[in-house]
Design a protein around this ligand. Structure first.
Ligand code: MN3
Length: 193
């Protein structure tokens, strides 16, 4: 099976290829440019221009972080990984009463995003869990993001058009619950950026 076809039929190879090789790549390129620029401005002691650069770093750095997390928390629907994560699913069920209640709340959160953004399951510092959405490419900067779902049109439009509900249903089928569990119990590999 080819790399970009791995999530079919839930997410098409065309979406995956464009999403990974065009969208994510652009965030990385722009982030690298901004970081280089910032380093020069730092050396030059130019604080004003460094401040001016922060939104570019936030947008592209967030884009890089978010997509790096997203690819890793996806797996083919028929894989063991998509069926795994019993322990974290237990913790989720405990937090929301049952797993289906979490899923309902997560769906509601995704549908509540205005414009482009992300839906997240986050582990708080005290071990409890919460659902959070972020606008644009804002990353989660407190707690541990366990699961991220890209809710930009580029993540689904070529296949699902305006049918966000079907995209959400499909994404639930391709979650890598093993990875979600590893992030939750602290055994996940550190994200290399
Ligand atoms: Mn995206």
């Amino acid at each position: 099976m080819c790399f970009f076809q791995a999530l079919e039929p839930q997410i098409s190879a065309t979406i995956m290829e464009l999403h990974h090789d065009k969208h994510h790549k652009t965030y990385v390129k722009n982030l690298n440019e901004a970081m280089e620029e910032q380093s020069k401005l730092y050396d030059a002691g130019d604080v004003q221009s460094q401040i001016d650069l922060q939104s570019k770093i936030k947008f592209n750095g967030g884009g890089h972080i978010n997509h790096s997390l997203f690819w890793k928390n996806l797996a083919p629907a028929d894989s063991e990984e998509a069926k795994g994560g019993d322990e974290v699913k237990g913790a989720i069920a405990q937090n929301w009463g049952c797993f289906e209640a979490f899923q309902g709340n997560f769906t509601e959160a995704l549908n509540g995003i205005q414009g482009s953004g992300w839906g997240w399951l986050v582990k708080n510092d005290d071990g409890s869990l919460h659902i959070e959405t972020t606008q644009n490419q804002d990353p989660i900067t407190h707690g541990v993001p366990l699961l991220g779902v890209d809710f930009w049109e580029h993540a689904y439009y070529l296949q699902y058009y305006n049918d966000k509900a079907s995209y959400i249903d499909s994404v639930y089928q391709v979650i890598n619950w093993d990875v979600v569990e590893q992030r939750w119990n602290g055994s996940a590999e550190k994200l290399e950026l």
